[in-house]
Write a protein that binds this ligand. Structure first.
Ligand SMILES: Nc1ncnc2c1ncn2[C@@H]1O[C@H](COP(=O)(O)OP(=O)(O)OP(=O)(O)O)[C@@H](O)[C@H]1O
Ligand SMILES: [Mg+2]
Length: 253
């Protein structure tokens, strides 16, 4: 697989941000597309192999062999979801919508609806106070809040009801939006690392994803000229803060 270089930068002229973004999107597309085909083959043939072995050996197929087979399947799934995440990330600069006024109260209601099964399964509670209207890319702002709320549900303490509080306040010329949970928390020395691609702290979490959600959040916030940060400690829950610039004609709803 050869990365496609469309432009000759040898003249010393630096590529623009959008040229780089396009190159990266194309590169990520090729990586994810080309890696998917062999992965699919590995998945299918390892499944076939284990089913043949089961036919042949029946109960004699040992625990260890079954464990190895599951291990292969799980790792293929992980690799596929990492590639999917990489593609999603690469498209943040290229698949955009024109900015519109996005009502965050309505957006959170939609996200709550999408996540209703997960919320019901663990009796999680979301309380949300008045939220502003933000000028931005509707799809990306939805992805941003979805990722953070999903994390707040996913990384709850197993024996406690997850309580998630979402709110916003005006600070100088910025909206400061917060998503607070009472979950397992994040050690202080990992507060930067969790925003890097594929970094996960709870690898044994059964529903855990590929570790790209927060990398995507950071990118979306930066594209909207804002910042993302957090306060968290092990067993003390987490608060994620997003600051976004206040635009004219936008009010609390
Ligand atoms: N609210 C939270 N409470 C505790 N830990 C968290 C929270 N949010 C994120 N983390 C930790 O940070 C890691 C990175 O989060 P991120 O959202 O990028 O990945 P993920 O949720 O594991 O996978 P993905 O979002 O790609 O499905 C998580 O794996 C988890 O260990
Ligand atoms: Mg996540």
């Amino acid at each position: 697989m050869e990365p496609v270089i469309k432009q000759d930068f040898s003249s010393g002229e630096l590529p623009s941000e959008s040229q780089l973004a396009e190159e990266f999107a194309e590169f990520a597309y090729i990586v994810s597309h080309d890696f998917n085909a062999p992965l699919r083959q590995i998945r299918e043939f390892s499944r076939l192999l284990i089913s043949k072995l089961e036919d042949k050996l029946g109960d004699e197929l040992g625990e260890a062999e079954r464990k190895y087979a599951n291990f292969i399947q799980d790792n293929i799934k992980n690799a596929e979801s990492m590639l999917e995440g990489l593609l999603k990330y690469s498209r943040l600069n290229t698949r955009t919508s024109p900015y519109s006024d996005v009502n965050l109260t309505e957006l959170i209601a939609e996200i709550r609806h999408i996540l209703q099964r997960q919320l019901a399964e663990c009796n999680a509670e979301i309380s949300c106070s008045s939220m502003p209207i933000i000028r931005g890319d509707y799809g990306q702002l939805k992805q941003l809040l979805y990722n953070l709320i999903e994390n707040a549900i996913k990384f709850r303490k197993k024996n406690d009801i997850a309580r998630i509080i979402i709110g916003a306040e005006l600070q100088n010329d910025m909206w400061r939006i917060f998503i607070k949970d009472n979950g397992i928390g994040i050690p202080y020395d990992m507060h930067d690392a969790i925003f890097t691609m594929f970094k996960r702290l709870n690898n044994d979490e059964p529903n855990s994803g590929s570790g790209i959600g927060l990398t995507i959040c950071k990118k979306i916030v930066e594209r909207h000229k804002g910042q993302i940060s957090l306060e968290s400690a092990i067993n003390k829950g987490s608060i994620f803060y997003i600051t976004l610039p206040v635009e004219t004609n936008i009010s609390l709803k």
